[in-house]
Ligand binder design. Structure first.
Ligand SMILES: NC(=O)c1ccc[n+]([C@@H]2O[C@H](COP(=O)([O-])OP(=O)(O)OC[C@H]3O[C@@H](n4cnc5c(N)ncnc54)[C@H](O)[C@@H]3O)[C@@H](O)[C@H]2O)c1
Length: 354
């Protein structure tokens, strides 16, 4: 690939660290920005220092910057000191539920931080490709309006035309988003605007459940990773509402980064794509618990809470057709069983080395 200098924000997190490793392997010069704010959001279990230490060992041309994306002067200085060809913006307050406790901080990180980076890109490297990791929560609870049928272990779309899941034409306003969904929607719209209004090569990926072994899984974010943690290390997991049959589609961080790479090689202007595991990688809470118990050989300690999380999706499967039609070389390469196997393996290793 012709790309030479890549900036990854949130570089110690799940997607950011996968992007750092991937583009470092391709011979790019990679700069990471991460101030370990996940620890501030979620306490010690959210600490990403272990992942930064790991990255420092496995990479060849990686420079870490302990900077805050909310700091506009620091971002400007960084962009002045380097000319980036690709910006992969993964830094965020990523939790739906956490945002209610910290609405201002959530908005500053998710919305303002994104505008700081878009504007620095426009000023210092307007030809660069800019990727925003957005979320399916920008649709709020609109996906819940689709008629569903109840199966033994999961909710399922009732109409055949909905079988492939939610497409990008789902509306994003007049729905209940959670504060997180709203701050991410602000970032999503601003990124689209920089693409369309200024003609910049901006891509917005609206993620389903993004997952993989590098997640510092906590109760409020990273459900597969956290379920595995509870199964192996103890603790308890709470499932909120929908009879435990809510469905999520899960995509491995490697397949996310491959999508970023495909877009960067043939960029468009201000595009939006849904990006998740799709139907084949979808699973309900009940099914996930059974699968993880079987794969770990351990009983998971969990409880059911009648009331659902506010604005939570009942059945969400990302329709991947638009991205696949623009980038036919891309597809899901890591199935659900392999994703869970890797999370279990990694968690076991981390426990042994602790
Ligand atoms: N994981 C998912 O299921 C999921 C789903 C949909 C969308 N997304 C989006 O994808 C992106 C990446 O998610 P992830 O799972 O890798 O999250 P993550 O929490 O693992 O990584 C985010 C990183 O950003 C850093 N960070 C937070 N605030 C910062 C700030 N102000 N300045 C610098 N660094 C900061 C954190 O320390 C963390 O390491 C986020 O934008 C998230 O909203 C994630």
């Amino acid at each position: 690939m012709a790309l030479k200098t890549v900036l990854v924000t949130g570089s110690s997190g799940l997607i950011g660290s996968e992007a750092v490793e991937h583009f470092d392997r391709q011979g790019c010069k990679v700069h990471g920005v991460d101030n370990n704010m996940r620890r501030i959001f979620f306490g010690d279990p959210g600490d990403t220092t272990w992942n930064l230490d790991r990255l420092r060992k496995v990479t060849h041309n990686f420079t870490h910057h302990n900077l805050d994306i909310r700091d506009r002067v620091a971002m400007d200085d960084l962009f002045r000191s380097q000319r980036f060809d690709l910006i992969i913006h993964c830094a965020a307050q990523p939790s739906h539920d956490k945002a209610r406790e910290i609405p201002i901080l959530d908005f500053e990180v998710n919305a303002l931080g994104t505008v700081n980076l878009l504007e620095a890109t426009r000023l210092y490297c307007p030809e660069a490709v800019f990727i925003l990791l957005s979320t399916n929560k920008v649709y709020g609870d609109a996906p819940n309006e689709i008629p569903l049928k109840e199966l033994e272990t999961r909710w399922e779309y009732a109409r055949p035309e909905d079988y492939n899941g939610i497409a990008e034409n789902c509306r994003i306003d007049r729905t209940l988003h959670s504060l997180f969904g709203a701050s991410k929607a602000a970032a999503d719209l601003m990124a689209q605007e920089y693409g369309r209004y200024f003609g910049m090569k901006v891509c917005v990926f609206r993620g389903g459940c993004l997952t993989g072994p590098s997640h510092s899984g906590v109760e409020l974010h990273g459900f597969l990773s956290y379920l595995v943690k509870v199964a192996i290390s103890g603790g308890s997991y709470s499932v909120f509402g929908y009879k435990c049959k809510q469905v999520r589609d899960n995509i491995h961080s490697h397949d996310v980064v491959r999508a970023i790479e495909e877009f960067a090689a043939n960029p468009r202007f201000g595009e939006v794509y849904n990006l998740g595991g799709g139907r084949d990688n979808s699973i309900s809470m009940l099914e996930a618990i059974a699968k993880i118990e079987k794969m770990t050989g351990k009983k998971l300690n969990w409880r059911y809470v009648e009331e659902n999380r506010k604005g939570d999706h009942i059945c969400y499967i990302s329709d991947l057709a638009k991205f696949k039609s623009h980038y036919p070389q891309w597809g899901i390469t890591i199935g659900l069983d392999e994703i869970i196997r890797q999370i279990i393996e990694d968690h076991t290793k981390r426990l042994q080395s602790a």
